[in-house]
Design a protein around this ligand. Structure first.
Ligand SMILES: Cc1cc2nc3c(=O)[nH]c(=O)nc-3n(C[C@H](O)[C@H](O)[C@H](O)COP(=O)(O)OP(=O)(O)OC[C@H]3O[C@@H](n4cnc5c(N)ncnc54)[C@H](O)[C@@H]3O)c2cc1C
Ligand code: SF4
Length: 325
């Protein structure tokens, strides 16, 4: 298999990166974390960039350190590094657990947290080798239809990265930068429910890293279902975090999901269900069914919307059991 020729840049500093990005033509490059998603897509002929810009040699994108009450995790930190970080495991178990569930050891050593945050959405009709026999062009390939939602007016491809759900449940903020400067935003505002443009980031900006508040101290957990135990994406992933308290009740709960729509999502219904509730009280199927009524998943990977909701309910019940002291 031959790929179209492309340039490969490996800047050693952010200044060098801005310079390369500044000189690159519009749409002419793709950022490369570990390449575990970009390179397979190039092999499938879904991407044919004129240049790849590798981020892994930029030291300031690879740190995991305290910044006051927050912890900063550089975007080029390998998932294995995140998983093994003592700081992360102690303060943010849900994040360590989510990083540990990504793919396989090889993928976690190569793949970065920035690449996981910016992972493209997936769909069986799109993520396949292009050529004779491929499905007719849908919206995501520049066509005029969606094969998943007949008559649909947009792309419903599924967001299924693991760590963003954990980071949403931990109230993380995303740090974004480019030649023009840096900005910060709540992670929840970074994503949109759009299978083609699921992230709010400029063409010449990058994710520098993620900031997670270390206070108030939270207990957290991440759980998921996938068809295979390893080397597979989640069918449903759920992260829960609550403030540590002696009250015996859930305080300020956060619940977030992946594998439900084109973005990782806070589940307001489940948060309301948990708030103030005795941690030892089980959640009935009827209760979680009511709390998930607001969700409108579409059929993906042959899984019906009703079954996908059911999976989230089961995960919620298991997560609750994990958080009981
Ligand atoms: C067999 C297989 C199984 C997998 N299983 C899982 C799984 O279970 N869970 C899961 O979450 N993922 C899974 N993945 C996907 C992937 O390996 C991971 O999501 C990984 O974390 C991607 O990180 P990366 O650094 O390799 O991303 P890359 O492939 O380098 O990049 C992914 C996207 O992010 C962009 N990007 C990278 N860094 C930045 C940055 N700093 N700023 C802005 N944009 C950036 C790239 O341009 C690209 O669009 C799997 C992949 C394979 C091949
Ligand atoms: S959800 Fe529809 S438009 Fe999007 S990739 Fe799948 S078939 Fe194409």
């Amino acid at each position: 298999m031959h790929l179209k020729p492309f340039a490969y840049h490996r800047p050693l500093s952010l200044a060098g990166l801005w310079d390369i990005m500044d000189k690159a033509p519009s749409g002419g490059f793709i950022l490369l974390g570990g390449g575990t998603d970009v390179l397979p897509r190039m092999g499938q002929r879904l991407l044919a960039p004129a240049a790849l810009i590798g981020l892994k040699n930029i030291a300031e994108l690879k740190v995991i350190e305290r910044e006051g009450d927050d912890v900063f995790i550089g975007a080029a930190s390998a998932l294995q590094h995140v998983r093994e970080s003592e700081l992360v495991s102690r303060l943010f178990p849900a994040l360590a657990q989510a990083a540990a569930r990504v793919g396989s050891p090889q993928l976690r050593h190569m793949g970065t947290i920035g690449g996981n945050l910016c992972l493209d959405t997936r769909c069986l009709y799109y993520n396949q080798r292009q050529g004779p026999g491929a499905f007719p062009r849908c919206y995501k390939k520049g066509g005029d239809r969606c094969h998943v939602v007949k008559g649909g007016k947009r792309c419903y491809a599924l967001f299924s990265a693991d760590t963003p759900a954990a980071l949403l449940a931990l109230d993380a903020r995303v740090c974004i930068g480019g030649a023009a400067g840096k900005r910060e935003a709540p992670l929840n505002e970074f994503y949109r429910d759009d299978g083609i443009r699921s992230r709010d980031i400029g063409e010449k900006e990058i994710v520098l890293g993620i900031k997670i508040p270390g206070k108030p101290v939270r207990v957290s957990a991440y759980l998921r279902f996938s068809t295979r135990a390893a080397i597979d994406f989640p069918l449903a992933g759920l992260a829960v975090s609550v403030e540590k308290s002696r009250s015996g009740a859930f305080v300020n709960p956060r619940v977030a999901a992946t594998g439900i729509c084109s973005r990782p999502l806070r589940l307001a219904g489940l948060e309301t269900l948990l708030a103030g509730r005795d941690v030892r009280r089980e959640i009935t199927e009827e209760e979680w069914g009511d709390a998930l009524k607001e969700l409108r998943p579409v059929r993906h990977q042959g899984i019906s919307p009703a079954y996908r909701k059911y999976l989230f309910g089961v995960l919620m019940q298991r997560a609750r059991a994990r958080l009981v002291p």
